[in-house]
Design a protein around this ligand. Sequence first.
Ligand SMILES: C[S@@+](CC[C@H](N)C(=O)[O-])C[C@H]1O[C@@H](n2cnc3c(N)ncnc32)[C@H](O)[C@@H]1O
Length: 250
Amino acid sequence: MNDNIQYEPAPWSEQRQVPRIREPKDITQVRTAVDAVSGWLFPEEVDFLYNTARERAPFGAIVELGSFRGKSTVALASGIIASGAGTTVTAVDTFEGSANLEGLGLDTFGEFRANVESAGVADVVRPLRALTGDAARSFDAPISMLFVDADHSYEGVSADFRNWFPKLMPNAVIAFHDSTWEGVERLLHESVYGHLRDVRRHETICAARCAPARLGDQLRAWRDDPLRGKNTIRPLLRRIPAPIKRLVKH
Ligand SMILES: C[S@@+](CC[C@H](N)C(=O)[O-])C[C@H]1O[C@@H](n2cnc3c(N)ncnc32)[C@H](O)[C@@H]1O
């Protein structure tokens, strides 16, 4: 992974032997398998990915940008199998394990394949070894769920949003991992909060429906978008003269 960036939000788990998921409808088996794959996901995030893939798979393709060793891929793929839909998760990654592509000499493709095979979900996983921007040019199936977890810089995540958003079906779910990272937070502020419907947080995942925001979404954006507070309310509060602030405090 990118060693220039502090990777603090989700807990790191070490790689262990990944047990086979014999009953994909049993979320406890899915959790155990996902837990054995090294990577970063909170338990609530695993449940969100699994449940959303299960709900959305009957409607169209599922795409993941940034797969690393396959932790989130196993959660998404299990949801697809549990849904009974004949779709796949397209896992787009250079498999070089570097968010800024400087190249750390890592190659996670072998581990990725071993993990999805060991979990028993390889049949519904379609790895696409490419830059996310290049993959977008050749991908034309309607997408029912997009999980964005590749380059977390503002430029990277914005390009992913620009390139992939037009491929989403109406009401598709778009979900961003590490939503508290500066670049991701800025993109969410500009294009998701107050723009899309039903924006929700699941630990560090921020997810929304691909439909225009309604009044309730606009109001929730004031409460939930951290940059609205920073950019509007806080500067306004700073402009209140000090004597009035002191008066209010007493
Ligand atoms: C945060 S990791 C993904 C973690 C994974 N979702 C998991 O559950 O463990 C980011 C991944 O994105 C890939 N990546 C970063 N920028 C990319 C780009 N522009 N195109 C393709 N892959 C990229 C890296 O190789 C890395 O494996």
